[in-house]
Design a binder for this molecule. Structure first.
Ligand SMILES: *Cc1c(COP(=O)(O)O)cnc(C)c1O
Length: 462
């Protein structure tokens, strides 16, 4: 390290007078420039310590770097990104993109005031849950419903309401962990209940549940193995049998469905997710599911089931701490309406459209994008088959046949290219498959396709 170089670093007050920097004052505030200069000088000092040289403080390059730093500072933290991973319900990327109708509903109700808690016919105070209750009941066959801010909250509320100081019976094959910190044994303990595990990892029989029931039992909990499957020599009782057992013993039969689909995806050859309607019709007393997974709506947790149980949930003071906000409620109502005639949910709801997209349509899109990108200098792009995943704790073992664009830019390594794609004006999240960067077209929205050529063309070939 050459310590004399440190003395050659100019002061911020001198730098700001240099012609290229002074020019920035037309478009940027003085405070922004000073802050960026300080950051840049800190970086220069760090660079010197690791053997780097001094930049040309008088040149246009240094001023451009200062401008980049200021532009980065002005960027919002939460931004639109392009999901080219092919993972449809990607929790790190915000799960379900909303349908246009849901966005309009947010705009319409959130830009001004709304009747979230007022009954317009009487002018009296109303319940925020009433706006979606009838729709949920109609679509699921449930007697009543409420909505909280996510499915984890829904499960917590149910356990806190029905199982406090009591026992909850769960099959050992269903002691799930969903990403983050949602683990069934922990959530039961956290709500003051005791877990009673029954059966084995692969097989649990009705008699296992029967033998576990005591005076302390309050809930039979079935959880959906959203992110794994136990296959092979397996067994678990039918919902109808568990419902009968719960009824005979005055227990609550709760099912945490998680991904919660309202349409039968097996009709498209996609997995074996039970629908919410199926769970309700086979006797489950209370079903909890997410709004932003297979339903394709905003983040929320829907609780649908027996009237007497929902009435108790409504009275729990915890509900207030978990209440859904008006933006999500507006988006949820609009999304649920898309499940009713004359709409086709598979057409209107982006998550369902992406999941049910046929390989032939995806191939055509991949060909079209590859042809455009391949014309860019330094870029090689070819369409190729790939497989995508539903993601978001749904359809865990199911692979969706898809198409992608295999992409390379000049001599950039796949990791460097991935980083450059993430750093673009609209960050693009791709995937590496068999050593190549691939853009899976399943999760691209039409507006993403329009932006791709500009973004990839802007990557420096260096
Ligand atoms: C995803 C999931 C949850 C958590 O849902 P959030 O809406 O993310 O809180 C709970 N249980 C199951 C079975 C899930 O799949």
């Amino acid at each position: 390290m050459d310590s004399s170089l440190f003395r050659k670093i100019p002061q911020v007050n001198d730098l700001i007078l240099k012609p290229h920097i002074a020019l920035l004052e037309g478009a940027w505030l003085r405070e922004e420039i000073v802050e960026a200069l300080r950051t840049a000088l800190d970086d220069v000092r760090d660079g010197l310590r690791t053997g780097a040289g001094l930049p040309d403080f008088d040149g246009p390059g240094f001023a451009a770097h200062i401008e980049d730093l200021m532009a980065a500072k002005r960027q919002p933290g939460l931004r639109r990104i392009i999901n080219a991973t092919g993972i449809v319900i990607h929790t790190n990327l915000g799960r379900s993109p909303l349908a246009p109708a849901a966005l309009e509903a947010i705009q319409e109700t959130a830009a001004g005031y709304t009747n979230i808690e007022m009954t317009l016919a009487t002018g009296q105070r109303g319940s925020r849950y009433d706006h979606v209750r009838d729709l949920i009941c109609e679509l699921t066959g449930a007697e009543d419903a409420i909505v909280v801010n996510n499915c984890a909250a829904a499960v917590t509320l149910a356990l806190a309401t029905f199982a406090k100081n009591k026992e909850v019976v769960v099959s050992r094959g269903e002691l799930i962990e969903i990403g983050g910190s949602f683990r069934v044994p922990d959530i039961i303990a956290q709500n003051g209940a005791t877990l009673r595990e029954v059966g084995t990892t692969n097989k649990t029989h009705l008699s296992d549940y029967e033998n576990a029931i005591s005076d302390d039992t309050a809930v039979l909990l079935k959880t959906h193995t959203s992110n794994y499957r136990i296959v092979g020599f397996t067994a678990c009782p039918e919902r109808t049998a568990l419902a009968k057992l719960a009824n005979e013993n005055q227990l609550v039969f709760l099912e945490d469905l998680g991904s919660g689909t309202l349409i039968d995806l097996s009709a498209y050859g996609i997995g074996d997710e039970p629908t919410v309607q199926h769970c309700i019709s086979t006797g489950v007393h209370l079903v909890t599911f997410s709004g932003d997974k297979l339903l394709g709506g905003p983040q929320c947790g829907i609780m649908a089931g027996k009237k007497n149980l929902i009435a108790k949930l409504r009275k729990n003071p915890l509900l207030r701490a978990m209440r859904i906000d008006k933006l999500s409620l507006a988006a949820l109502e609009a999304t649920l309406r898309l499940y009713k005639t004359p709409f086709e949910p598979e057409e209107e709801i982006p998550t369902l459209r992406m999941l049910t997209a046929m390989p032939e349509e995806l191939e055509a899109v991949a060909q079209e994008i590859a042809a455009i990108l391949d014309k860019l200098p330094h870029v090689t792009a070819v369409a190729a088959p790939t497989v995508s995943e539903a993601g978001g704790g749904s359809l865990p073992t199911h692979q969706l046949a898809s198409f992608c664009v295999r992409l390379s830019v000049a001599s950039l390594s796949p990791d460097t290219l991935m980083a450059r794609l993430r750093e673009g004006a609209i960050p693009l999240i791709a995937r590496i498959s068999k050593g190549d960067v691939i853009l899976d077209v399943r999760t691209l929205l039409p507006e993403d396709v329009e932006d791709l050529a500009g973004l990839i063309g802007a990557i420096e070939a260096s």
